[in-house]
Design a protein around this ligand. Structure first.
Ligand code: PNS
Length: 155
């Protein structure tokens, strides 16, 4: 049985995240989605709120956790075999490759990249929050449950 762990900030989860997680579910036996809980970084949603949103989106098809500290330690605790990350752009490639190689250096852990659906490659959590804050349309950017949470939080 192969377990994939999808780590991220998910502040908030977007349609791009949903695409990558759905494809991880279709590819691996078990998928763990792990929300980073970084008290230093200001986020729109608490780690508990982000975990709750992801549970609402995926139900029983994934396990959802939060973590702080090193990703490689969390991956070991979750008995995951690989980390899965989505790749949108060349910038993502450069940043994600450096993190993947650092994680491999630290623990031998492998990272599998899933190319984001090109139709969703422009979506990022930070741009979504900016558009929501300024009253722009959320259609096609985030799932309905996230749109409702964003409206409540940022309006
Ligand atoms: O949503 P993001 O910003 O792509 O998520 C980044 C995340 C959470 C995967 C990354 O910041 C991370 O792994 N943080 C844990 C700290 C760590 O292990 N750092 C050293 C490895 S490069």
């Amino acid at each position: 049985m192969t377990t994939a762990l999808c780590p991220g900030s998910f502040d908030p989860p977007t349609n791009g995240h949903v695409d990558v997680i759905e494809r991880a579910i279709a590819t691996f036996d078990r998928v763990v989605v792990s929300v980073i809980d970084n008290p230093v970084k200001k986020s729109a949603f608490s780690a508990q709120e982000r975990v709750a949103l992801i549970r609402e989106l995926f139900g029983d098809s994934v396990d959802v956790t939060s973590f702080d500290g090193l990703l490689v330690d969390h991956v070991r605790e979750q008995a995951a075999d690989v980390v899965v990350k989505g790749l949108r752009t060349v910038d993502d490639y450069e940043y994600e490759t450096r993190m993947a190689l650092m994680n491999r250096h630290l623990s031998g852990m492998e990272t599998v990249f899933i190319p984001t659906n090109p139709a969703l490659a422009f979506i990022s959590s930070s741009l979504v929050k900016e558009v929501a804050r300024l009253g722009g349309a959320m259609s096609g950017l985030v799932p309905d449950v996230v749109e409702r949470a964003l409206k409540e939080r940022l309006s």
